[in-house]
Design a protein around this ligand. Sequence first.
Ligand SMILES: Nc1ncnc2c1ncn2[C@@H]1O[C@H](COP(=O)(O)OP(=O)(O)OP(=O)(O)O)[C@@H](O)[C@H]1O
Ligand SMILES: [Mg+2]
Length: 234
Amino acid sequence: MRADSLDPQQLDDNPQLARIRARLESKLAQLGGPVPLSETPEPSPAAAAAQARIPRAYRAAVADDPRVITWVRDVAGLAVAPNLSARPQIKYGPSLLLIGRTGRGKTWQAYGAIRSLLARGIDVRWEATTAADLYADMRPSSGLDAEWMLRRLMRTPLLLLDDLGAAKTTEWTEELTYRLINQRGIHQLPTLITSNLRVSDLRDKLGDRVASRITGMVSQQLAFKGPDLRRVAA
Ligand SMILES: Nc1ncnc2c1ncn2[C@@H]1O[C@H](COP(=O)(O)OP(=O)(O)OP(=O)(O)O)[C@@H](O)[C@H]1O
Ligand SMILES: [Mg+2]
């Protein structure tokens, strides 16, 4: 018989159950009543590992921009749990373009968004790279398996592509950026892109094919204004 289908009178009729009930009630009374279930997800080693990979400078980042908060809510709402006991995972969703001059808090908001998804209990598998690091890693002389790395960034459920358009470009970097953006675009994989350039300038720098796909992928182009926060802090 399930405990929630017991008549309280039956509990009192059974001396052993009555004793357990009295003990529980006295404990609850000491605690000031029933303890509500926490809304904070249970800590998980995977979530702790994902948080630990965030660079130290952005480990306390909070996405407090309302437009970024909306994006987090949208992406979290589209996350799917593979089974009843598993955490929801990102399968697809909108991307976001954060534009502004240097030091305006774009990367801070992007890492804040990743932290916010983790805090919501989403199983966030993510990668981050600046465009300059991506191109450096992809050079044959880097000694890394470039194709494998590119495919990892193409497929990761959430990618932060930082400082797009800041590095020197060539036909080769254009092609590489195109392959990455195109794959993420057609699979609708959420991508946080930060840039100092507006889309029209990104078009000049990285070509029309890249700029066109970014425009199609992003739910919003967020402009960040205000002072250079690095200078303010100094
Ligand atoms: N909301 C915030 N609260 C506290 N510190 C912040 C906040 N936003 C940004 N910062 C700090 O301001 C500095 C600049 O932020 P950030 O690196 O995000 O700028 P950015 O726009 O990405 O600049 P860049 O274009 O040069 O990459 C960082 O040191 C960051 O830690
Ligand atoms: Mg930045």
